[in-house]
Write a new protein. Structure first.
Lengths: 242, 242
């Protein structure tokens, strides 16, 4: 994989609540310089960031119901639609976890469909990713955890979303894991997979791609691409919070 | 302080994203039994919880823009209004932290005013608390951190909100501290103060009240009230995430 192959799989991400304008500005500048897939920012930043990205090939990605997924489906739909009007072309929506833990595909699907309808009515080619907090689902352990993740894949697929995404990076149960990505490829036929949350070095990023990740959500994007340019071979580090 | 004095200062809180219906149900039942001030749940739960609380003296509290505070002011306004229509009588809104860190009272106030107008138009006597993530603000350190917290107090006061609240319980910088509560009493004249985030024992709860907290946001509410009933005297524990 060349550095530019890697770069085009990266959503260059800044979601910490205390991010200040110069930090967000720097992330946007880096994304243009490295030709990352997108810049991923909170809804409050979308207007400014999408204006900065205008005329570049870098997409503006945002998050909805983030990070807990406990706002109402209607609110998630309004938030998605509003962010798209502000210039977002990709939205990463956090699913309501109790539906997944309880293996309630119908309820999970109904929630996502409400967001999908509003989002696609606003912009038909918007890319929709669904964050299912895989570490929290798998924490249930064994067959039960795997079944929660299978439920998530089914709901995401049936609601016509594009990606299933591992993690917010904010949940204490942790971020992306190779196991979660593998299970998403197993149960999410036809879905693209985004691995995110605690991926801080090249070896971990490469492990996620080898497991099947199509997109990576990273804050350490520049360091990781630079590590590849220098032929880095450090061992993977444990993933964690943001 | 009697156990019932303590209980009436407590917002009995369950905000973890993976909370399942039986856990939420248990929290509501406990709140009624112990006569806590309110049950605090995410917006997705407000309809069910407020129905369960009908006819009791326990209020239904919810959170808005939670926990990052990075949704747009308009969305926070819609979310508050929607939750009040669902039955919430208290809303805890997370402020956009960059305004506070940059000491921009006008921008912080404008955001809060948008939420206040929408919330009070829906229910004139709604109680509005503003979460300012004091540990993150104070992390800047010394005079700069204190000035961010003073900015927060000024914006919350001028926008006509009822409470200033320390923490979401989800920020890695930590939860409530005695220092934060003291500074809120110093700079937030006329405001009520809610201490929340990582308060897990009676000694810590009492320290917050002694520092000036009028309300406490707790998950360990039952254990703490029981500790008081048994005349507990354990040393305060360090506060942390949820």
């Amino acid at each position: 994989m060349t550095p530019s192959d890697l770069a085009r799989r990266i959503d260059h991400t800044i979601l910490k609540p205390e991010a200040l304008p110069p930090e967000v500005h720097k992330v946007v500048t880096e994304a243009i310089e490295y030709a990352f897939a997108s810049v991923c920012v909170a809804p409050a930043w979308v207007g400014k960031v999408s204006a900065m990205l205008k005329g570049t090939p870098v997409a503006c990605c945002t998050v909805v119901g983030f990070p807990n997924g406990t706002s109402k489906p209607t609110l998630k739909a309004i938030e998605a639609s509003s962010a798209i009007k502000d210039g977002a072309t990709e939205v990463d929506v956090v699913a309501f976890l109790p539906f997944l833990i309880n293996h309630d595909v119908d309820a999970a699907k109904a929630e996502l469909m409400e967001v999908v309808r509003a989002a696609r009515a606003t912009r038909s080619d918007v890319v929709i990713k669904v964050i299912v907090e895989s570490a929290a689902l798998l924490k249930a352990g064994g067959e039960k955890g795997e079944r929660a993740l299978a439920t998530a894949c089914q709901a995401v697929r049936q609601s016509g979303c594009d990606f299933i995404k591992t993690s917010t990076g904010f949940h204490p149960a942790g971020g992306a894991s190779v196991e979660a990505v593998r299970l998403m490829k197993k149960y999410g036929e036809g879905l693209l997979v985004k691995a995110s949350g605690g991926i801080r070095d090249l070896a971990t990023a490469q492990a996620m791609i080898e497991a099947g990740a199509d997109r990576l959500g990273l804050s350490a994007s520049v360091a990781i691409v630079e590590e590849l340019k220098q032929g880095g071979t450090k061992a993977p580090q444990p993933t964690g919070g943001y």
